[in-house]
Write a protein that binds this ligand. Sequence first.
Ligand code: ZN
Ligand code: ZN
Ligand code: FE
Length: 761
Amino acid sequence: MLTLFAEAVRLRAIIHGAVQGVGFRPFVYRLAAELRLTGWVNNSAQGVVIEVEGDKEALDIFLSRLEPEKPPRAFIQSLETTFLDPAGYRTFEIHPSDDDGPKTALILPDSATCADCQREIFDPANRRYRYPFTNCTHCGPRFSIIESLPYDRPNTTLKNFVMCADCRAEYENPLDRRFHAQPNACPVCGPQLEFWSAEGQAIAARHEALLLAVDSIKQGKIVAVKGLGGFHLIVDARDEAAVRRLRRRKGRAEKPFALMFPSFDAVQSSCHVSLLEARLLRSPEAPIVLLRRWTVAEADSLAPSIAPGNPYLGVMLPYTPLHHLLLAELGFPIVATSGNISDEPLCTDEHEALERLPEIADLFLVHNRPIARHVDDSVVRVAAGRELVLRRARGYAPLPVTLPEPIPPTLAVGAHLKNTVALAVGREAFVSQHIGDLETVAAYTAFRHVIRDFETLYASAPTQIVCDAHPDYVSTHYAERRGLPLTYVQHHFAHVLACLAENDLHEPVLGIAWDGTGYGLDGAIWGGEFLHVADRGFTRVAHLRNFRLPGGDKAIREPRRAALGVLYEIFGDAAFEMTDLPPLQACSPSELKLFAQMLPKGINAPFTSSMGRLFDAVSALIGLRQVAGFEGQAAMELEFALSEDECGAYPILIRAEQPTSVLDWELLVRGVIADVRAGTSSSVIAAKFHNSLVEAILAIAHQIGEPRVVLSGGCFQNKYLLEQAVSRLTEAGFRPYWPQRLPPNDGGIALGQIMAAQFSN
Ligand code: ZN
Ligand code: ZN
Ligand code: FE
C-alpha cells in the first residue's frame, strides 16, 4: 500500500478567468468551510489565488467541486495547481484584494470552448450554429493569436476581420458574454473553413468543407487539420490501415499517437478515468491525459498500432468549436497527432503545410485565422495523486512561475531535447511552450523564433543569459553568440532547481536527478546523480557507478549497447562470451567484434553514470528491447512490464567513497542475469529492478540525512518509480518533492537555469 500523505498538505490554485466581482471568493470560503479546510483566498494582479490546507482527499474533492459548483457568473479559464507543505493555517479567510503587486503583462493561455459556446454551435436557432470559430470572454484562443500587447483586437491575428454590427454590439455591451472578447467572430464577419486538395486547390468552403473532411476521414484518408496552435494529422482511430499509413508517412515507427474522443463517456469505455483525471480531461486546459486502457480482454475497437505494447493511451477531448463539430459528425475517436515530419516543430500556416506535409496528408482542412505562434497539445499524467505535466504548451504556457526573489531580465535557453526557453522579468519566470528536440534546422529556427517572440511580447531585453554547461548543445552556442554575461549551469543542478522553484522550496535539499544524458562537471555524461544543494550551490554526493557506452549517443537508440557496456564493466572481456544473453544475441559477430575493440580502449565509448541508460541496459538484458524507436522507449517498456505484486528487490551496494559515494549496480545486474538464466518472468525482474532503485534512494537519503528530498529528471516520468520513491521516503520520515506544473524531463531545465542565475547573482 502506498503511503503518500502522512499528514496535511497545502494546495495552491492560481485561477484566471471571470472570477473577480462575481461572488467567487465567498463561494470558495463556503466550500472550504464545508470540507473543513483552512487557508485563504485573494484577488491579485496575477489572478485569484487560493491556498487550502487539509487532508489530501478533502483537497481533491475541493478541486473537483470548484468548477461545477462555482457561482453562475464566474468563469474559470485556467487553473494551475501545486501541492505544497502545510503552512499551519487555523482558519479560512478572505484576504483583501491585493492590487498593488507589480503588474507584469499577463498573457493567458488558450482555453477550451466553454459550455455556453458549445450550446450555441449546436443550436440551429443560434446565429453561430455550426460556426467553428465561436468564442467568448470565457474561452477561446489567446496565446496563439496575440501578436503584441496590450491584448486588443488590432494586436491579434483577427486584426483583418472587421466585426459585423451584431458582433460589435456584443463586444461593446458590458452585460454581454462577449464584452471585450477580442477574438469575437461569427459566420458573417469572422474566419472561415476551406477544404483543400493536396495541391492546395480549394474544394469546398464553410460547413461543406467540414463535411467533406468528415467523409475523407471516414474513408481512411489522412487529413491535415489547422487547429488552434498548429496542424493536426487526423485519421480514424479504428482504421488500422490508415493508422499504419500515417506512421509510415510521418516516419514515426512506434511512438504512441494521441487520440481525441468525441465525448467523456467514450473515453470511459476505453480507459480507466479517476476523479482527478476526469477533471483534467474536462479542464479549460484540456490537455492530453495519459490514461490506463482497459485490459485487452475488454478490447475496444481502436487500431492496434496507435500505441503498440503500451498500457496507456494519450487522450484528449475536443477543445475548439472546430473539434467539437468535427467529432460530433464523426462520432468515433480519431488519431490527432502533431502536423509535422517526425519530430520537427508543428506546422502553423496552411501554405507552409502544403509544402511540408504533401507526402503525409491526403487533404487539408484549413482556415484563414492566422496562428501567431505554434502551441502543441500539452501532455499530463496523474502520479502520486497529483497532476504531473510531461509536456507544457497549450492551456498552460505562458503562465509564469513565481520566483523567490526578483531578478534582472534573464533569458534561459534550456537544454537540447524537449527544449523550452524561459524569460524572467522581476519575480515572474515565463517558461515558453514546448519547442522540441533541437536536432533539426527547423527546430533550431523555431527555438530562435520563440526567444525573439518572448523578448518582444514582454518588451524585455535580457541583461544576462543562462545555458546548459554542455559545450556542444546548439542552445549553448546560441547563448554564447548573444554576447551577454553568460552563466553555464550543470544540467542536473538545473533539474533540481526547477523543482525547488515550483515547490516554493529553499535549499538545503538532497536532489536526486535521474535522466538520460547531461554534461557533468568532469566532462563525463552524468545521469544518475545525487546532489546536495545548499548555500546556493551543490555537491555531488553520490552517483551511479560509471560504465562505458559503446558508440556514445548511438546507445540512446540501441539499448543493447548500454547492456554491453554494463556487462563489460563487470566481466571485462568475458562479457563477449555471454552469448546466451539477449543483447549479445541481438548483435552480429562483426558488431560484437567492433564493441570488443571499443570498450577496452574506450574508443568512442565514453563513461556515463546515466540512470536512463541503466534502464535501457536492463530492458535489453531481459530481452524486452534491443533497438529503440525513440529515446526512453526501452525504459518505458520496462515500466510497463513490471508486476505490481510483491516481488522483492536485488541487492544494491552503496560504496561510501570520498568525496562522492557510488551507487553500485553490479549485484543488481548479476541478479538480473541469474534471473534471466533461471527463466524468471520479465515482469518480476522489472519489478525487482525498480524496487532496488527505490531502496538505493532510501539508503542514500539516510546516508546524507537531509530531511527534504527532491526527485527530478526524465526517469521520474515513470509512475511506479516516482510513487514508490515518494511512498518509501515518506514512510521513512523524509519529505519528498517532485515536479508538478513543469515537466520532470528537460522541458523544465530552462526554469532551473533561471533559478541558478538568481543563485549566482
Ligand atoms: Zn465561450
Ligand atoms: Zn460577426
Ligand atoms: Fe535531463
